[in-house]
Design a protein around this ligand. Sequence first.
Ligand code: SF4
Length: 337
Amino acid sequence: MVTSVWNEVYVEEKIRNHPRVESILNKVQKAPVYIESFDEIWGRSKKAYLQKRDTLNLFLAQKQGQLLKLAPDAYGSAGEPHYYFIHAYNCIYECQYCYLQGYFNTPDIVLFINHEEIIQEMEKALLSHPGRVWFHAGEFSDSLALTHLTGELELYHEFCQKYPEAIIELRTKSVNIRELEKLPPLPNFIVSFSLSPDEMARRVDLKTPSTQGRLKAMDKLNQLGFKIAAHFDPIIYEDQFKSRYQELLVQMNNLKINEKLAYLSLGVVRFTKDVYRDAERNYPDSVIHSGPMVKSFDGKVRYHRPMRMWIMSTIKELAIQAKVKPESIYLCMEDDA
Ligand code: SF4
């Protein structure tokens, strides 16, 4: 008998007969509790973030209100509109720097099942901009980790097939690429992996696949002809950061990943002050607090600007030496002081 990993599974009454709900319920092997609306329970009272280790609940819901969100100016490569679409809240992984630990009142996971409506909003967004428009999944969750349950990738893939001017980015730390492998590659359907050197990932990316696992998944998708990209974000300072990123870039180059990267983004670890407080409480001994963090004028907690720029230019130089195309490298969230 399969034991469900979910403590409770809640389903909104109005979607109980939706085929996607039936399919998910068949896979999770847990009798659901039917409720009127997910937010009558989800986040109603504070549930400590680290309780996700012991009792994680799953909610299946229909997303109301805003389905697409315009991303901040410095999000993604510059000069084109970027949106993220909201298909889930919260994540099964536990990265120590994750901003979700201070964002919602609960770590319980919500999977929204009305992807057709999300896609209609994406079509409207396309009409309102002349050129290319980017759509990012994974702002409030990992975009691949649960796709074996949710089964929506095909819809977003069809959208990319229909609209070549749309670009979808699936951002992930997952190696759960089974559903992707069933789809033919498309130039505007990008799978991007967040990567850190092995040792750092072991210390701060809790419960995620290892860096080597992620590289293997990237290699496989690359060989299948998928468009791939990478994020070195967040970069966390430690004495050996240069040699460790150099090693990572060499590993990527040996797999012939670097020359194929649609982009490589670089971003140094940063927090809002509230999330930083949560991260200090949840992970008091973490390496993320060991660098010289300062509170900036805008309330962000991060290294001072000269240090951030030095770290990113050092890694950018290494990336270029390792055959990443210079024009494909961009610095994330760094147009501020
Ligand atoms: S994979 Fe992303 S969303 Fe999930 S815990 Fe890590 S940083 Fe947060």
